[in-house]
Design a protein around this ligand. Structure first.
Ligand code: SF4
Ligand code: SF4
Length: 365
């Protein structure tokens, strides 16, 4: 059985979570691969493999950071007309169609999840491990019936008898909503789990739930993507949680918006904060949000006044070895390639040594 931890970060009062939208940025930025002969751009128009999230005109190039890599970007100025390229029709839910849309969208990670024969269980997880990040809960809250319809169709498609929707038992703002509608789907079991770190990880979750056999494991983000690809729900926006650890805002934004524009809109008076992207446990600090562009891999921003002080004096206490869930010994450099980048060693180190970053660096050498 995998060991799981309750982290002692202060969580935000759920009443203080605000949900807002930022759907009219002046500009978006799409990765440049090669020149294009377009000046007028429609919403959903493919540009070097990326669908534009707005309509507008191409006005130049700028350096940006996509998926943590610097790359030139096309600047598209919004004309606020939302002129759309023609959409296709809603697709029938078949395995062939699922595979086709995933290939068309170059979503190989999700495609690989469907390469299982004789599915015994379907597990859909709405768990976000990172503290004060609520994207999956919010997605579920917004679209619960659409998602449950799709899970039910997958159940029928794979003739699967064991189907679970898993959420944390302290997510009170969604549990009632789930309970209200789940009765319409008698073949899907709502499963509540404790708020323990690493249950977002497939192996840890299945272990905790004692689920064995061939399991199709999907996250709520996977279900959301499938809905967008198959049922053709608007796919031009992303959800991001931004928190200063006192307040928390869940924002629906246009894809490819600059993080600095989102921050100016949501926290306009921001000064002297460190910007941590993708969580306090597994995230990374960025210096300049005017380069970072919102893509699917960015889920959250934590704004914090002080960073933990990192020390270099190891006390040889062995805690980092004891807490590691996959048997890495960061001190002796044993099993470094097994690291799942969970951050527990850094979190528990009494000398505040950033072992996680060190291991990542060592693994990249
Ligand atoms: S970050 Fe890596 S080494 Fe550290 S506890 Fe997690 S898995 Fe173990
Ligand atoms: S937890 Fe920190 S202080 Fe303790 S052995 Fe590991 S690196 Fe050293």
């Amino acid at each position: 059985m995998h060991r799981l931890y309750k982290l002692d970060f202060k969580t935000i009062d759920k009443e203080k979570i605000k949900t807002i939208t930022f759907l009219d940025p002046d500009y978006i930025y799409i990765p440049y691969k090669q020149d294009i002969n377009l000046t007028k751009i429609h919403k959903n128009e493919l540009i070097n493999g990326y669908k534009s999230s707005i309509s507008g005109s191409l006005v130049g190039l700028k350096m940006g950071v996509f998926n943590n890599l610097y790359n030139n970007a096309f600047i598209i100025a919004n004309d606020f007309k939302e002129m759309d390229v023609k959409n296709n029709k809603k697709m029938k839910i078949t395995l062939e169609n699922i595979k086709r849309v995933l290939l068309d969208n170059n979503d190989i990670e999700l495609l690989n999840k469907f390469k299982i024969d004789n599915i015994d269980n379907i597990v859909v997880s709405a768990i976000n491990d990172e503290v004060n990040v609520y994207n999956k809960m919010y997605l579920l809250k917004e679209n619960i019936s659409i998602y449950l319809d799709l899970i039910d169709e997958l159940r029928m498609l794979f003739k699967c008898n064991n189907n679970y929707l898993v959420i944390k038992n302290n997510e009170s703002f969604i549990i009632d909503e789930c309970l209200n509608v789940i009765g319409t789907y008698p073949s899907i079991t709502l499963t509540l789990v404790e708020d323990l770190y690493l249950l977002e990880n497939k192996d840890f979750l299945l272990d905790k739930l004692n689920i064995t056999g061939n399991t199709l494991y999907l996250t709520i983000d996977d279900i959301d993507k499938l809905c967008k690809y198959l049922i053709l729900i608007d796919n031009t926006t992303n959800i991001i949680t931004i928190t200063d650890n006192v307040t928390c805002k869940i924002i629906r934004c246009k894809k490819y918006t600059l993080l600095s524009d989102i921050l100016n809109y949501t926290y306009p008076k921001l000064k002297n904060y460190h910007i941590i992207v993708n969580g306090l446990m597994r995230g990374f600090e960025i210096d300049n949000p005017t380069y970072y562009i919102l893509t699917d891999d960015i889920i959250s921003i934590h704004l914090i006044k002080k960073l933990p002080k990192y020390n270099t004096e190891c006390l040889n206490c062995g805690k980092c070895i004891a807490v590691c869930p996959v048997g890495v010994n960061p001190i002796k450099g044993i099993n470094l390639d097994k690291c799942i980048d969970c951050g527990l060693c850094t979190f528990f180190c009494p000398a505040s040594i950033n072992l996680r970053e060190k291991i990542k660096g060592d693994n990249h050498e």
